[in-house]
Design a protein around this ligand. Structure first.
Ligand SMILES: Cc1cc2nc3c(=O)[nH]c(=O)nc-3n(C[C@H](O)[C@H](O)[C@H](O)COP(=O)(O)O)c2cc1C
Length: 239
C-alpha cells in the first residue's frame, strides 16, 4: 500500500464532497481504522467508538438528518462517537456528568477522526467531516441504537475524488500562532485575509462572501440549542 508522506498529505488537505463509486479496498479501510485506534487518548481512557455505516437505510437516515447529500454518495461513512458507555459499565461510580469529561471525550473524538482522515488522504482518498448530523443528533443516535453515555459527534464521508477543489485559504500564522502572550488583533492581517476569502469565493461562484460573513452565518443565532439537553439526557454536562 503506497501512502504519501505526512506533511505533504496534511498541506494538501481540502474537503472532498463528490466521489466516484469506486469502493475502498479492505486493506486500506483496515489501515484507516488502525490509524484511529493508535490515536493519543486522554488518560488512556479510549472514549471513542467508530460506527461504520453499511446499511443503506441508516445511511439514508443520516443523510436526511444532516441534510448532506454526500453522506449517501461516498464509498464509506464513519460515525465518530464520544463513548463512555463501557466506562460506566466497568465502573458505575464514574462521574461522567462533569463538563471536563465532555471536553475529554470531544477532544479524543476529534483527534481520532482527524487521524483517520489524514491517513485516508495519504492513500489518495478524499473526505469531508459531517458535523451537520448534530442538526438532528437524537435521530442519528436512535438510528444506530446508541446507549447512554454515548454521543454521535461527527461523521466522515470517505471515497475516491470526483472533484479537484482548490485549497481553502487559512488565517496567516500571525493570526493563529503567538509567542508567550496573546497579542492585539492585527487588523491589517485580518483585512488582508478578508480580501483573500472574498477572492476565493468569487473564483468559485459569483457570490461575494467573506470570513466575517462565515462567522455571522455560523454564530449569529442560537447554535443547535437542542445539544445541551441531549447531552444531559445521555448523562453528560450536568455540572
Ligand atoms: C468538525 C467538522 C465538521 C464539519 N461538518 C461539515 C458538514 O457538516 N458539512 C460539510 O459540507 N462540511 C463540513 N466540514 C468541513 C468544513 O466546512 C471545512 O473543513 C472547512 O470549510 C475548511 O475547508 P477545507 O476542509 O476544504 O479546507 C466540517 C469540518 C469539521 C472540522
Amino acid at each position: 500500500m503506497q501512502s504519501k508522506p505526512v506533511l505533504e498529505t496534511i498541506l494538501s488537505h481540502r474537503s472532498i464532497r463528490k466521489f466516484t463509486n469506486q469502493p475502498i479496498p479492505s486493506a486500506i479501510f483496515n489501515a484507516l481504522i488502525e490509524a484511529g485506534r493508535r490515536t493519543s487518548t486522554s488518560n488512556n481512557l479510549q472514549c471513542v467508538s467508530i460506527i461504520r455505516i453499511t446499511d443503506p437505510a441508516i445511511r439514508e437516515g443520516i443523510q436526511q438528518a444532516s441534510g448532506m447529500r454526500y453522506v449517501g454518495e461516498c464509498a464509506e461513512f464513519l460515525l465518530f462517537c464520544m463513548d463512555f458507555h463501557k466506562h460506566q459499565q466497568i465502573n458505575p461510580q464514574s462521574q461522567l456528568d462533569w463538563a471536563e469529561v465532555t471536553l475529554i471525550g470531544a477532544l479524543d473524538t476529534g483527534l481520532m477522526a482527524q487521524n483517520v482522515l489524514v491517513t485516508a488522504e495519504s492513500f489518495g482518498l478524499g473526505g469531508v467531516f459531517i458535523g451537520a448530523l448534530r442538526n438532528q443528533i437524537e435521530t442519528v443516535a436512535k438510528l444506530v441504537n446508541l446507549p447512554s453515555h454515548c454521543v454521535p459527534l461527527v461523521g466522515l464521508c470517505l471515497g475516491y475524488h470526483d472533484q479537484d477543489p482548490p485549497l481553502k485559504p487559512r488565517l496567516p500564522q500571525s493570526l493563529m500562532c503567538y509567542e508567550n502572550h496573546y497579542p492585539e488583533l492585527d487588523q491589517t492581517a485580518l483585512a488582508n485575509y478578508e480580501q483573500e476569502m472574498i477572492a476565493y469565493y468569487q473564483a468559485r461562484s459569483d457570490k461575494t462572501f467573506s470570513w466575517a460573513e462565515t462567522i455571522q452565518k455560523a454564530l449569529n443565532e442560537p447554535v443547535r440549542p437542542h445539544i445541551l439537553p441531549f447531552l444531559q439526557k445521555q448523562g453528560f454536562l450536568r455540572r
